[in-house]
Design a binder for this molecule. Structure first.
Ligand SMILES: [Zn+2]
Length: 168
């Protein structure tokens, strides 16, 4: 089969023969992702298995892993965020199938019965983007001012603690 993941494949055929796909996708080849989070260096590692479940639905399970460069929402500096998504997709061809799909499956709509693996991988990555990525406090240059703010906030409790200790 072609190694071009952007082409639309028939997932039914893949599921019928229990196909497994794995490999690397360049993050630069995912325009919807890079439009959102900026140019990325590096790859996505994916492993996907096609099957048909007991309801006759085409399912794709597996995982995708990558490291994204995102902007910390506290200090606005770049940070590396590892992402790891467990894929548990049910292929649906129309809205009727959306209604019967198991709750534990993420529906993925096929176009004329076909899916682009590249699009599917990109969708999965978009779904696992953190809403507000931030460094750990210890690593964030802007966390110092946050610590001061917290110290002020905690002050009343600290005072109470001193009071309690004074009693015993
Ligand atoms: Zn930061």
């Amino acid at each position: 089969m072609s190694s071009d993941l952007s082409i639309y494949i028939d997932p039914g055929k893949f599921a019928g023969s229990g196909e497994r796909l794995s490999g690397l996708v360049n993050l630069a080849d995912l325009p919807r992702l890079t439009d959102l989070i900026g140019q990325q260096a590096g790859d996505v590692r994916y492993g996907l298995a096609f099957a048909i479940n007991d309801k006759g639905l085409i399912i794709i399970t597996g995982e995708i892993k990558s490291e994204l460069t995102l902007v910390c929402q506290r200090c606005l500096r770049e940070m590396t965020v590892p992402v790891h998504s467990l894929v548990n997709i049910g292929i649906v061809v129309d809205e009727k199938e959306l209604e019967i799909i198991d709750e534990d499956l993420d529906p993925f709509l096929a176009v004329d019965g076909k899916v682009s693996i590249l699009k599917l991988i990109e969708d999965e990555l978009l779904l696992c983007l953190p809403i507000a990525p931030m460094h750990d406090e210890a690593d964030c240059p802007a966390a110092e001012s946050l610590q001061e703010y917290k110290a002020v906030k905690q002050n009343p409790f600290a005072a109470l603690e001193t009071l309690k200790r004074g009693k015993t």
